[in-house]
Design a protein around this ligand. Structure first.
Ligand SMILES: N[C@@H](CCC(=O)N[C@@H](CS)C(=O)NCC(=O)O)C(=O)O
Length: 244
C-alpha cells in the first residue's frame, strides 16, 4: 500500500495520475496548503523540503520498513520501476524519458510556478518579474511543441512518465493566460493524453478541497492563508504561528 500525501496542484496530480496508470494500490492523504498543513514535524519527516506531494510506500522495493519519498521526479521513476511500466525498455527512449522528466522538474515546473506566483498571487506584481517568467514559460512551451512535432510522445513512440510529469503543468497554463492552441503539436498531445482514463480520473483527485483548485486568474487568498502558505506576510515579513 502506498500513501499519497496529496495537494490538488499540478505536482500533486502527476502522482494521482501515475498511481492510477500503474494500478498500484494506494490511498490519498489530503493536505490543505492554505491551512499550513505542510508545516508539521510529521510531514517534514516524510518530505524534508516541506513541499508536497510525497509518498510513503508500506511495501517498498527492496523490502524493509515503510519508505518515505519526496520530489515528484524521483517518485515517478520509483513508481515506474516498481510497476515495470511507463519507462521505455529501449535505452535511447528510456534516457529520453529521463531527459524530459528532468526538463520538467528543472524548467517547466519551476518557471511556470514562478509565473503563476507573480501573475496570480503577488499583490502588486512587478512588471519585470511577470515579463521574465511569462516569457520563459512561453519559451519552454515552444521547446516542447518542437519536440512533439517530431514524435507523438516526449520519449518517442511510447507514453511515459515524462508525459505524465508535464501534462498537469500544461493544463494549468490557461490560468496564466497562455493559450496552448498557439502550440499546435503540444495542443494535440495535450488532448490525446487527456483522453486516457487514468488522466481523466487522476486530474480530478480528490474532489475540490480548497481554493488552490480555483481556475480564477487572481487567487482569492486571505492574508492569513497567504502567511500560512508562504511563511511571510504580504509585505514580506516572516510569519510565525500564533501560540496555541
Ligand atoms: N520539486 C518539487 C516541487 C513541490 C512543490 O513545490 N509543491 C508545492 C505544491 S505544487 C508546495 O508544496 N507548495 C507549498 C509551499 O510552497 O510551501 C516536486 O516536484 O515534488
Amino acid at each position: 500500500m502506498i500513501d499519497l500525501h496529496f495537494v490538488p496542484t499540478p505536482n500533486g496530480h502527476k502522482l494521482s495520475i501515475m498511481l492510477l496508470e500503474t494500478g498500484l494500490p494506494h490511498r490519498i492523504v489530503p493536505y490543505n496548503l492554505l491551512a499550513g498543513d505542510l508545516r508539521t514535524p510529521e510531514f517534514r519527516a516524510i518530505s524534508p523540503n516541506g513541499r508536497a506531494p510525497a509518498i510513503v510506500d508500506h511495501d517498498p522495493i527492496g523490502g524493509g520498513p515503510p519508505y518515505p519519498m519526496f520530489e515528484t521526479g524521483a517518485i515517478l521513476i520509483y513508481l515506474a520501476e516498481k510497476a515495470g511500466r511507463l519507462l521505455p525498455a529501449e535505452p535511447r527512449a528510456r534516457y529520453r524519458a529521463h531527459q524530459w522528466l528532468m526538463w520538467q522538474m528543472s524548467g517547466l515546473g519551476p518557471m511556470h510556478g514562478q509565473a503563476h506566483h507573480f501573475i496570480r498571487y503577488a499583490p502588486d506584481p512587478p512588471a519585470y518579474a511577470v515579463n521574465r517568467y511569462l516569457t520563459e514559460a512561453k519559451r519552454l512551451l515552444s521547446v516542447m511543441d518542437a519536440r512533439l512535432a517530431e514524435a507523438p510522445y516526449l520519449a518517442g513512440d511510447e507514453y511515459s512518465i515524462a508525459d505524465i510529469a508535464c501534462w498537469s503543468w500544461i493544463r494549468a497554463a490557461r490560468a496564466i493566460d497562455i493559450d496552448i492552441a498557439d502550440y499546435p503539436a503540444l495542443a494535440d498531445w495535450f488532448a490525446r493524453v487527456g483522453e486516457r482514463p487514468a488522466v481523466r480520473q487522476g486530474a480530478h483527485v480528490p474532489p475540490d478541497n480548497h481554493q488552490l483548485q480555483s481556475g480564477s486568474r487572481k487567487m482569492p487568498v486571505t492574508p492569513e492563508q497567504w502567511a500560512k502558505l508562504f511563511q511571510h506576510d504580504m509585505q514580506g515579513r516572516p510569519y510565525t504561528e500564533p501560540e496555541a
